[in-house]
Design a binder for this molecule. Structure first.
Ligand code: URA
Length: 217
């Protein structure tokens, strides 16, 4: 079953899928096993010839297997490709600061990407690459059943929400995706290039914190 993306105010550019009933929650062992099954498929995946040929390794996802919150990024970069973990480079260090500013630890959340392989030169994922990976991240989210999903950047947001809207239009509200509430903010790599946008991301994160019942001071 795919996560359902049902923007509350669906408009042109968004495809709101009919919502089948949510899957039952799995226990801790079932989750670990279900994720490992998907991870083995990911490791063996050859669907995107260029990416499979150029990757050092696949980058599946990391973190709490019973998370309230998932961060959903775009694709591994050079550091992630080398280490096999998402968000471990400069953008990852900024994501760590965001998580810390929420009063959380990296171990409290789960972090995954749309693509499991690094696109050469960190180019934006092609549409067919996103669709080749869709079954993987949708199944990850279905196993994890987070309450909240924070989309980092336009690729993650457009992909999860099936939306053609710009990132700016998607910010500032929640979207229902299966059992989860999803929101959209700037990608940490964008924030490194455009520090002025950090205040917008902090607004988004505070909206998320309020929804999660976390103290915002
Ligand atoms: N950017 C992403 O979108 N994901 C990563 O894992 C690293 C950088």
């Amino acid at each position: 079953m795919a996560p359902r993306s049902v923007p509350a105010a669906s408009a042109s550019g968004s495809k709101a899928a009919a919502a089948p009933p949510p899957s039952p929650r799995l226990n801790a062992t079932e989750r670990r096993v279900a994720l490992e099954v998907i991870n083995v498929e990911v490791r063996n995946c050859q669907r995107c010839g260029e990416l499979a040929a150029s990757r050092t390794q696949t980058v599946f996802g990391v973190g709490n297997l019973n998370p309230r919150l998932c961060f959903f990024g775009e694709a591994p970069g050079a550091d992630e490709d080398r280490l096999g973990m998402p968000f471990v480079g400069r953008a990852g260090q900024l994501l760590d600061k965001i998580i810390e500013a929420m009063g959380l630890k990296r171990d409290d959340v789960y972090i995954l990407n749309v693509l499991k392989c690094r696109p050469p030169n960190n180019r934006v994922p092609a549409e067919d690459e996103v669709e080749n990976c869709r079954g993987f991240f949708e199944r990850q989210l279905e196993v994890l059943q987070p309450e909240f999903i924070c989309c980092l950047g336009a690729t993650a947001a457009k992909t999860l929400l099936h939306s053609g809207f710009s990132l700016g239009k998607m910010r500032g509200r929640f979207f229902t995706v299966g059992n989860a509430q999803a929101l959209v903010t700037y990608h940490p790599a964008y924030l490194l290039r455009n520090p002025a946008a950090k205040k917008d991301t902090w607004e988004d994160i505070q909206m998320l914190m309020r929804a999660m019942g976390l103290p915002t001071k």
